[in-house]
Design a protein around this ligand. Sequence first.
Ligand SMILES: [Zn+2]
Length: 98
Amino acid sequence: MKGEPRRTCLGCRRARPKQTLVRLVRGRDGVVVTDSRGVVGGRGAWVCPDDPCLARALSRARLTHAFRRPCEASAELAVVVRAVARRGVGAPPCEVSL
Ligand SMILES: [Zn+2]
């Protein structure tokens, strides 16, 4: 569909539909976290929830370049990105299937 929002993945550098990517934001302390609902303001970075992309995208050098400030990925960030992607970006956080 024309005009579909696209974002470039920090890992593979391909432009992909926004809803297939997970948004990352940098906290005040320099630690990068997910913004699963897309509501945090400021500069964001996007990544595919795939292992090769996460491995590349979540390196300190790549994040620091993306945010133009010193950054660190928290140890669980790759796990959180995958969890967010499984749940569906923008889905209500209280939605749990047992
Ligand atoms: Zn990618």
